[in-house]
Design a protein around this ligand. Sequence first.
Ligand code: NAD
Ligand code: IPM
Ligand code: MN
Length: 354
Amino acid sequence: MATHKIAIVKGDGIGVDVVNEGMKVLDALAPKYGITWDYTEFPWSSDYYFKNGRMMPEDSLETLEDFNAVFLGAVGHPDIQDNITLDGLLLPIRRKFDQYICLRPSVLYPGVESPLSGKKPYDIDLTVIRENTEGEYLNIGGFAYHQTPDEVAVQTAIYTKKGCDRAIRYAFDLARERGKKNHVTSITKSNALGYMTIWDRTFEEISEEYPDIDSDSLLIDAACMDLVRRPEMFDVIVAPNLFGDIVTDIGAIITGSMGLASSANINPDTSVPSMFEPTHGSAPDIAGQGIANPMAQILTGAMMLRHLGENEAAADVDAAVLQLLEQGEILTPDLGGSSTTEGVGDAIAALVSK
Ligand code: NAD
Ligand code: IPM
Ligand code: MN
């Protein structure tokens, strides 16, 4: 019997719908595994901003300290500048709790069609470790002569030896644990951006500590090409923050849909909360239509379960999603079906409660 104290932040757009389905599945698992979910829902979102002039209250980061995990949908509204919404809610949580690993698997599941021709199930099976707190995301910068013809914009990227080291090490450990291709690919752009050689050097040093794991280093432009040309070659990818962001959208779409792409922002130190939110955003183009695919959020829930030590429950969720994909009958439109967000959530909840 375990109680897990979870902060729920549904956020904006489809975030609200998919978190509802994610919680439905977590609830369905509870009796079987003796889990008590101690949820607290926070209305932090763009609606909160329209009412209060900020995305979340001033003490919200301290409020989150008491939780085991944050389960978040998505943030972003067409009427608010994205950096206001994201730097007002999502990014401060990643920074405050030093969630330095962003773990993003991309698997071509049976029953799912890749836009790349001739790909069979599991031909694509890679995981990206995205360094999640440094690089271009530290919000160090600003403007001079703001909104005048002489305007200057500056933003500084930060790479620390410690930050590179811990992300790269995590990637090598993961490759070893997966035991699949025993391969780690690093991605930078140090032909043009010399400061990134700190990452390359650290990658080389650490690769020598893992003689059982092969490694190579790609430039981001070539890596994007290879993710389309021959995605089978990848096992674990490790990349700085911004490049990790970009390649995980490619990873999502070559394996069928943004609606399948799960993600976790992890600090391995479990005395602080990690945050579980899918790779996709608030998808204003389909928000309010009840057709968003909740599988990414539900699989993200499985990642949260694993982080909380509920491995069997997590495996149930993965198996239920796989079963639905293989059957091919209850799917949302992004996967060629005509089911609703709720319909898919109901079906997965029913499967996991068996
Ligand atoms: P997006 O991921 O929201 O959408 C990209 C495309 O994928 C859209 O066509 C959308 O309909 C589709 N899609 C996404 N999730 C889907 C799902 N679950 N089911 C079916 N289709 C899905 O990216 P965007 O349009 O660039 O961003 C929209 C907003 O979300 C922006 O404000 C952006 O800043 C924000 N955003 C937030 C997060 C986050 O909170 N973690 C992540 C990415 C983008
Ligand atoms: C993601 C998102 C965020 C990021 C944005 C919304 C700040 O794109 O989680 O992939 O770039 O980290
Ligand atoms: Mn992204």
